[in-house]
Design a protein around this ligand. Structure first.
Ligand code: DAK
Length: 257
């Protein structure tokens, strides 16, 4: 697919995906979802890519779903529009490799929902967060009502969802909505260093950590622990990644993955 909204740069095992529609504060339209679906497929097919980063161009990460595109939708079209976005964000969450959101500015509505579908969120101190759908007489449509309470807890989630208020990066950090806040000019370096650190680890182990944590959170403790044992075991054996990692440690050398 020819990308018109998304840019891709690959360096040192990291795919940096930039949303580039700054005039509309990177609002999510149908074209965005088509391009993001294609991008997920493209990046997933790149064997040398170990981590994906999503960020926004300009003063917004993403200021929400495109209100101009949504305004005239019928209830059926609204439901379909919601499903399209939910599917794309589920695909991000289900990617084998970790995905980091580098939140450079406004992360509102669908923008916060996009960030929450990523595995780790690092924010600029200038970033602003919110689920302002109630201001528009709407509710979130891309699983924000589901992911936000899981990340921030019910009380903080409902405060954001019911008031539509925006919060700053410090408050988002307190809620556990983001993992780290850095100065705006440090955001790219900070996120790329984090991504490269993860990219240098055992690639199968990294994928399995993501899989077990994601699937474990959707099941009970015992089933999750069983899944962990199975995946742990799969990293052992002749020619396995675990064998190489442990041998390298004992031989005081760097592992060759
Ligand atoms: N959609 C479309 N255009 C947007 C936009 C958006 N979400 N946000 C900003 N823009 C456009 C503005 O209209 C403006 O366009 P021009 O007037 O220049 O043509 C341009 O971006 C710059 O915005 P501002 O001039 O407003 O910039 P400011 O710095 O003054 O203000 C702001 C920044 C982020 C505070 C403000 O733009 C703002 O409040 N934007 C709207 C934020 C918002 O409400 N976001 C949530 C969108 S609702 C569902 C599916 C999905 C959803 C819900 C239901 N179903 C299908 C059921 C999800 C909903 C949402 O995400």
């Amino acid at each position: 697919m020819e990308y018109t909204i998304l840019n891709l740069e690959v360096t040192d095992g990291v795919a940096l995906v930039k949303i580039n529609r700054p005039k509309a504060l990177n609002a999510l339209n149908t074209r965005f979802f088509q391009e993001m679906d294609a991008m997920i497929e493209d990046v997933s097919g790149m064997q040398d890519v170990k981590v994906m980063v999503i960020t926004g161009e300009g003063k917004a990460f993403v200021a929400g779903a495109d209100i101009a595109e949504m305004v005239n939708k019928s209830p059926e079209e609204g439901t379909a529009f919601s499903k399209v976005g939910q599917n794309t964000f589920n695909s991000i969450e289900k990617m084998d490799i970790p995905v980091i959101a580098a939140i450079n500015g406004f992360a509102l509505g669908g923008g916060l929902e996009l960030a929450m579908s990523c595995d780790i969120r690092i924010a600029s101190s200038k970033a602003r967060f919110g689920q302002p759908e109630v201001n528009l007489g709407l509710i979130p449509g891309y699983a924000g009502t589901q992911r936000l309470p899981r990340l921030a807890g019910k009380g903080d989630a409902l405060m954001l969802l019911l008031t539509g208020d925006m919060i700053g990066a410090g408050e988002a950090l307190r809620m556990g909505l983001v993992q780290k806040v850095v100065e705006p000019e440090q955001l790219t370096d900070e996120v790329m260093n984090l991504a490269k650190t993860i990219a240098s680890k055992g690639p199968q182990a990294v994928k399995k950590v993501k899989k077990v944590v994601r699937e474990g959170l959707q099941t009970d403790f015992e089933s999750g622990s069983n899944l962990e044992s199975k995946q742990f075991g799969s990293l052992f054996g002749k020619g396995s990644e675990g064998e190489e990692g442990m041998k390298a440690f004992l031989e005081k050398r760097k592992p060759e993955w």
